[in-house]
Each structure stands twice: as C-alpha cells, then as structure tokens.
Design a protein around this ligand. Structure first.
Ligand code: XUL
Ligand code: CO
Length: 473
C-alpha cells in the first residue's frame, strides 16, 4: 500500500482534490473485487502504468440513449415498462425509483469467483490501478448513467478514485457512499466490533473520511453494511461488549455527520451472514431492536437488500414491511437471490411477483426518497459483453417499473384492501376500539368473552387474495 493511515487525516481546502485521490487510491490498493491476477500499479498520482485517462470517443459506442418504447417493443436496448416522466399515483416514475448503479459491481466486478479467474475485460480497462485508469473508469460510469437515464450511483470508498472536475456541476450524484471494512486483513475480526481497539480506531478514521467524501460529492445517504461485524463462534466472543462498541461507533458517526453538516440519511444494511457466520445486523427486526436499545432509532434508517432478506429466511416484502412499520424504510438494494443457491448471488431482480410486492411496500411508504433503488447486482460470470451491462440494468429497471404499475393497479382495483379491511372489521367495533386504545383490561375482556360466547371465526381468504394479486400481473 502506497500510503499510511496518516493519509486519512490530511484534508485542507487547497489540497482537497489531491487528498481526495490520495485517500481513495490509498484505500484502493486493496480494492474489492479487483482480482488478484490483475496487474497492480503504484496507486500514486503519477499514474506510472498508464499515461493518461484519454479515451477516444465513446466508451459505449453503438449503445444509444435508452428510451421508453412501450411493452410491445422487442428492442433489448429500450425500456418497456420504465417511462421516467410518466406519473403513477401522482409521482413520476423516476421519483418513485431514484435508480442507482452500484459502481463496485458494474465497474469493478470482473466475474472472478473462488474457482475461476476474471471473465470480463472491459475495453476501457488497461489492467492498472493508476489514477488515470480510475478517472477513465469514472468517465465510463458517467456515460453509462447518462445513456441509461439514471441520476445516481453508489460506491465503496475503495472502489473509486473519481475526477473531481467531472463530478462537480453534474446532476448525477451518489445515492450513497460507504466504507469498505471487510477486505483488508486488519478487519478480519471486524471493524467497529473488532477485538482490537486499534482496528476500531482505524475503522472510525476510514468511515470519517468516507462520510466526508460522500458529503463532498453531494451524496444523499451513507450506508453501514457490517460485513465482518459479527462472529464465527461465541466461544471466543464477548457479544455484549462488541454490540456496545458498535453502538458507540454509530453514535460517533451521528455526531460527526452533524459536525460536518452532512444532512444525508444514515442507513444500516441488514444481512444475516456471509462473510461471517453470524452478523449482528441479522435482519430488519434485529437492526431495529439494536437501534432502539441504544437510543439511535431516530438517527438511522434501513437499507433493505432483497437477497439479504431471503438469506435471513424472510421475503423481501417482509423485510420492507418490517422496516416500514417501524418508520425505518430508507433505501432498497434491488437485487434477488437464487432459490437453489444458498448465498448472496446479487442477481438483477426479474421476478414480477416479488417486484410487485416490493412496490406495494414502497407505495405504502409514500416513496423512499432521499433513498432510492440501488442495483446491488452483477452480471453472471458468463455474461461478458459490454451490452450485457445495459441489458441487465434495463431489465432490472423494467421489472420494478412493471411492479409499480401492477401495485398501482392492485391499489386502484381496491379488492385486496377491501379483503384485508373486511378481515379485520371486527376490530372496528366498540370493543376493538377499546382494546386498540388500551382501555380494555383482562377483567373487562373476560366479561366480554362470557357475553359473546364462542366467537365465529371466518375464512382468511388466502386463495382469493392470491387470485386478486395474480390478476394484476
Ligand atoms: C454485501 C452488500 C454490500 C453493501 C455495501 O452483501 O450488499 O455491497 O451493499 O457495502
Ligand atoms: Co447491498
């Protein structure tokens, strides 16, 4: 690594841009998802392995601006369901979604896996880790976003080294930034929950800088995904102490956010395991309980990732509803897993039923701004054409857009909410109201129970609910 931890602390106005690169590239030396076999160059400002970031013409020649062509279109480079300016339930589609591209998957993913080398060699990559390469990659990102008609992107501190000039003055901004606290060996026992106090301090310094960078780039949220905040065995773990440390870490993040005037939402991204056996942010309910216990519930929201939801044994809909009813639904990492595969496959969401349920929650929540839909999803290892990057995002965007249309249809149709309303109608009675208002104690209820006799219990109408749901597909 080219720079020591001192590099994290330099941040003066005049040195802003230089330090920005130094910081990011220092971190980048151990960059996530850059396969071990790729050539590495010193992460310095000289860019020794690559002379310049120049790239003649477009990065994606032959790929047009992606437009809405409607459901009958057979053009793979067009939207069938996502029509950015069209209003659904009083809000433009682009406002419902606030789509974002995950920089780490789309621009740093190589297709490498534990059994095989990289399969993707994008034409603009020169095999180096130089500043000029990082700038060129960021230009490719901006062209990609513009062609898709997407205004947001998300990053880990360690997968970017952007050109400040390119980023300033553009309406394209980070939806969120985050610090990558899981790749480097120093984080093997965790960051905020490490058994080593020095690692906690290092993690804090890294988050501090990543928050500054997110703020500097105009980001609207900041994410904490605790990749190694968990344990492999309780036999060697003081779980209570580790959780207390994690809470202190989040308290400091809240204080620092306020200190630098960063108004973005802080988001916790639950995931049950992988890479650790047990991660502390297991699911939405666990994260909510943690936030409540430590008095942080009003300072954070949740970033729900669909593939993480299924890993924790829930549906994405369940996780979204748990977050929503706790006032914690902040962002969606829009992806999906594979029912036959037991890990985080990070696939683009293409299941219409799932997408419709996702959008039912989003509508009930009144949208998720300032959060959005971040495609934390990657091409399959075997998909190796540049156009596959576009097709994957178009398909993911179209699926949730179609889900939004279906969810709106279900809402307008009214039969499902009528079914639910009817199911709970006994609670609209005087007794129901008394109970809901906390005005019915056990003695009173016993009296009522005797008065009513055996209650009549009606059908739940599950199949009818499913029939109504299906009819909107
Ligand atoms: C890992 C995951 C991360 C976070 C950001 O499963 O989802 O990419 O979204 O660190
Ligand atoms: Co994620």
């Amino acid at each position: 690594m080219g720079f020591g931890v001192e590099g994290l602390f330099v941040w003066s106005k005049t040195m802003k841009k230089v330090c920005f690169f130094m910081f990011l590239l220092c971190l980048n030396a151990a960059s996530f998802l850059v396969s071990a076999e790729s050539q590495t160059c010193p992460a310095d400002l000289g860019g020794k392995c690559s002379d310049s970031d120049e790239w003649q013409g477009e990065f994606f020649p032959g790929i047009p601006q992606i437009k809405y062509e409607g459901p009958s279109s057979k053009n793979p480079l067009a939207y069938r369901w996502y029509n950015a300016e069209e209003e659904i339930l009083g809000k433009k589609m682009k406002e419902w979604f606030r789509f974002s591209v995950a920089f780490w998957h789309t621009f740093r993913g190589t297709g490498g896996d534990p059994f095989g080398a990289a399969t993707k060699y994008w034409p603009w990559e020169d095999g180096t880790n130089s500043v000029s390469m990082a700038k060129r990659r960021m230009r490719a990102n901006f062209e990609f976003l513009k062609k898709l008609g997407v205004d947001w992107w998300c990053f880990h501190d360690r997968d970017i080294a952007p050109d400040g000039n390119t980023l300033e003055g553009s309406k394209i901004r980070p939806l969120w930034g985050t610090a990558q606290l899981f790749l480097h060996p120093r984080y093997m026992h965790g960051g905020a929950t490490s058994s080593e106090v020095g690692v906690y301090a290092y993690a804090a310094a890294q988050v501090k800088k990543a928050m500054e960078v997110t703020h500097y780039l105009g980001g609207e949220n900041y994410v904490f995904w605790g990749g190694r905040e968990g344990y492999q065995t309780l036999l060697n773990t003081d779980m209570e102490r580790e959780l207390d440390h994690m809470a202190r870490f989040f308290e400091s993040a809240v204080a620092y956010k306020k200190k630098i005037g960063f108004n973005g939402t802080l988001l916790i991204e639950p995931k049950p395991q992988e890479p650790t056996k047990h991660q502390y942010d297991w699911d939405a309910a666990t994260a909510a309980n943690f936030l409540r216990k430590y008095g942080l519930i009003n300072e954070f929201k949740l970033n729900i990732e669909c593939n993480h939801a299924t890993l924790s044994g829930h549906t994405c809909h369940h996780e979204l509803e748990t977050a929503r009813i706790n006032g914690l639904l902040g962002n969606i990492d829009a992806n999906t897993g594979d029912a036959q595969t037991g890990w985080d496959t990070d696939q683009f969401l293409t299941d219409l039923g799932e997408a419709t349920m996702v959008m039912m929650s989003v509508i009930k929540n009144g949208g998720i701004a300032p959060g959005g839909f971040n495609f934390d999803a990657k091409l399959r290892r075997e998909s190796t054409d540049v156009e596959d990057l576009f097709i994957a995002h178009i398909s993911g965007m179209d699926t949730v857009a179609r889900g939004l249309r279906n969810a709106a249809k279900i809402l307008e149709d009214g039969r499902l909410s009528e079914l639910v309303g009817k199911r709970y109608s006994s609670w609209d009675s005087e007794l129901g109201k008394q109970i809901e208002e906390g005005k019915a104690d056990f003695e009173y209820l016993e009296k009522k129970a005797k008065e009513f006799g055996e209650p009549k219990v009606p059908s739940a109408k599950q199949e009818l609910a499913e029939m109504i749901f299906q009819s909107a597909m």
